[in-house]
Design a protein around this ligand. Structure first.
Ligand SMILES: Cc1cc2nc3c(=O)[nH]c(=O)nc-3n(C[C@H](O)[C@H](O)[C@H](O)COP(=O)(O)OP(=O)(O)OC[C@H]3O[C@@H](n4cnc5c(N)ncnc54)[C@H](O)[C@@H]3O)c2cc1C
Length: 401
């Protein structure tokens, strides 16, 4: 197995790291204090610089104006961008737009690509993905309640969703809705593009998450669809293919999320080490001399390196045997890396003492917002269950045969 970094990506990586360090990280505190909307002129200025550098939309196919980097190359870049909370946005590869661009590129009709993918790829508009509901379990979306009923050449959508990330200010949503209630559970739903100026759509509120309602791209909305009418041609892919498309979005998407988390871990560890060296408990007695702190540094180094190798192995399996065969690897990195993320950020916060609780460093922001890593894209427990079930099934089959 070859886990070395492809030669092609080394240069991109060091240029992107230098840009993040010089142009973005120094403005982090201001971004955290001002919020997304007031920071938008600054973010647009930085986006223009990234366009000049030639890295805007690293993962977007060239035909839509992106850089067209491969799956593994983008994963490695995602680690560099994870070191600053708004770097993915500045490079136009932020969730949920990146996932939406991916499925529009793969399943969109030529008209959908022109109308929705092209302006997303150029950074002119934003989008959101609307699947989870307050009144049904996100862990088992086959029993979701939102419906899309055909009336002539339109769908009429009714439903109540929440945690539709980045809906505030988005131009359209990709909505998961039941279109075939009598079909097999995984063939009941379809994905439908809903422009958010369609009558009947309502953004109820930006949900307060860990004390912050957020705004714009950095927010999670509760939304309602009340008799929302959109043409049937707004359906993405086949009738009833909603879960199939969602699955295709999640496999490579998890690699990118996990690599972003590695970037967050590296940044938190950097901040922790700097503080451990500079903070003196007594004259000439830096915090770094204490064994507990040294243990945390060593354990974090080992945890991060183990997690990164595991992600690269999963990516390599996706590339060599396909996402289906690599299902266990993909599920395992989701819960394993989310756990490493939590531990490393927590150790950094503890090392900083009271400073760790403030927004004077980015650690508290990561601590608040990345707790969700163990919940979205499938909670830990669901991934552990599916990994264990497959292992047990394989053993049972071997023991029988
Ligand atoms: C910050 C954030 C952003 C999000 N962004 C989006 C988005 O953009 N679009 C979108 O559609 N959704 C989004 N989500 C929603 C997310 O996908 C769901 O929260 C997730 O799928 C879990 O669903 P649920 O919250 O309904 O939890 P539930 O399904 O109610 O599960 C609750 C808990 O039960 C336990 N559990 C569940 N199933 C099992 C099981 N089989 N065995 C043992 N224990 C189990 C787990 O501990 C789980 O955390 C986001 C969530 C967060 C927190």
């Amino acid at each position: 197995m070859d886990f070395s970094v492809p030669e092609s990506v080394r240069e991109h990586r060091s240029k992107i790291r230098a840009f993040v360090d010089k142009e973005l990280i120094p403005h982090e505190a201001e971004f955290l204090a001002k919020g997304f909307n007031k920071s938008l002129p600054f973010l647009e200025e930085k986006r223009a610089q990234v366009k000049q550098l030639g890295y805007f939309g690293p993962q977007i196919p060239k035909e839509f104006g992106g850089v067209g980097l491969g799956f593994m190359e983008f994963a490695l870049i995602s680690e560099e961008l994870g070191r600053c909370p708004f770097a993915h946005f500045v490079f136009n590869c932020q969730a949920p737009d990146a996932g939406n661009m991916e499925i529009l590129a793969e399943f969109g009709t030529p008209e959908q690509k022109e109308k929705y993918l092209r302006p997303l790829a150029s950074g002119k508009i934003r989008s959101c993905f609307s699947m989870t509901e307050p009144d049904s379990p996100g862990s088992n979306p086959t029993i979701m309640k939102t419906t899309a009923v055909k009336e002539g050449d339109h769908y009429v959508i009714n439903g109540h969703k929440w945690f539709t990330s980045s809906a505030d200010g988005a131009t359209f949503a990709i909505v998961m809705a039941v279109t075939n209630p009598d079909a097999d559970p995984h063939e009941r739903a379809s994905q439908i593009i809903v422009p958010l100026d369609t009558p009947g759509y309502k953004n109820v509120r930006n949900i307060s998450v860990m004390g912050e309602p957020g705004e714009g791209w950095a927010s999670h909305s509760e939304v309602k669809y009340e008799n929302v009418r959109v043409p049937i041609t707004n359906r993405l892919g086949d009738d009833g293919a909603g879960f199939h498309i969602a699955q295709s979005r999640l496999g490579p998407g998890r690699i990118h999320h996990c690599m972003r988390w590695i970037g967050i871990c590296e940044r938190s560890l950097e901040i922790m080490i700097r503080r451990a060296i500079s903070r003196e408990l007594a004259p000439g007695e830096p915090l770094a001399r204490r064994q507990t702190i040294q243990n945390w540094i060593a354990e974090s180094r080992a945890d991060i390196d183990a997690a990164r190798l595991m992600i690269q192995h999963a990516a390599w399996r996706i590339d060599t045997v396909g996402a289906k065969e690599a299902r266990n690897n993909i599920s395992a990195i989701k819960f394993f890396v989310a756990d490493v993320l939590q531990k490393v950020v927590d150790r950094a916060l503890q090392t900083l003492g009271a400073l760790g609780m403030t927004d004077d460093t980015v650690v508290a922001y990561y601590f608040r917002h990345e707790r969700a890593a163990r919940i979205y894209d499938g909670p830990d427990e669901v991934h552990k269950l599916t990994v264990a079930r497959r292992i047990l099934q394989d053993y049972a089959a071997k023991m029988m045969g």
